[in-house]
Design a protein around this ligand. Sequence first.
Ligand code: PNS
Length: 157
Amino acid sequence: MTAALCPGSFDPPTNGHIDVIRRTAAICERVLVAVVANPSKAPMFTAEERVALLEEVLSDLDNVTVEAFTGLLVDYARQRGVDVVVKGLRAVTDFDYELQMAQMNHGLTGMETLFLPTNPKWGYLSSSLVKEVATLGGSVEGLVPETVLSALEEKLS
Ligand code: PNS
């Protein structure tokens, strides 16, 4: 396995996302982090902002690149020549949705998906919860990278 795609909304990136990307980068020769430009819910951060945040947090890894994408994931994956999609799985609640997407993607072009179990430390963490807590004035320190924490503070100030 040489090239992996880690796709997501990353609105914003959490420590859980970063953990999965770093572990994938330790296994694969090349990792492309793909930020969906138009997620189903209106994003707090623009695609450009989410790409910039991920680039900064992952800047120490020379085998990781970050891009925004639109359209079907499998088409984008084919254009970029990646071999496999890698997704983190937190709990059974993720499983149904992730399995559906993995099976659809496989049905469309034969694209394989591998699941990495999320570090239990981040098992409860989601971008939606981070946004909710931060928006309501709670602290998300330690749950997102420092760069993301500053960006959230700026966005909500
Ligand atoms: O972080 P998320 O929101 O769980 O990521 C979902 C994502 C971006 C991986 C998924 O919505 C996706 O692949 N979107 C691109 C459009 C697409 O290919 N849809 C069909 C998926 S089977």
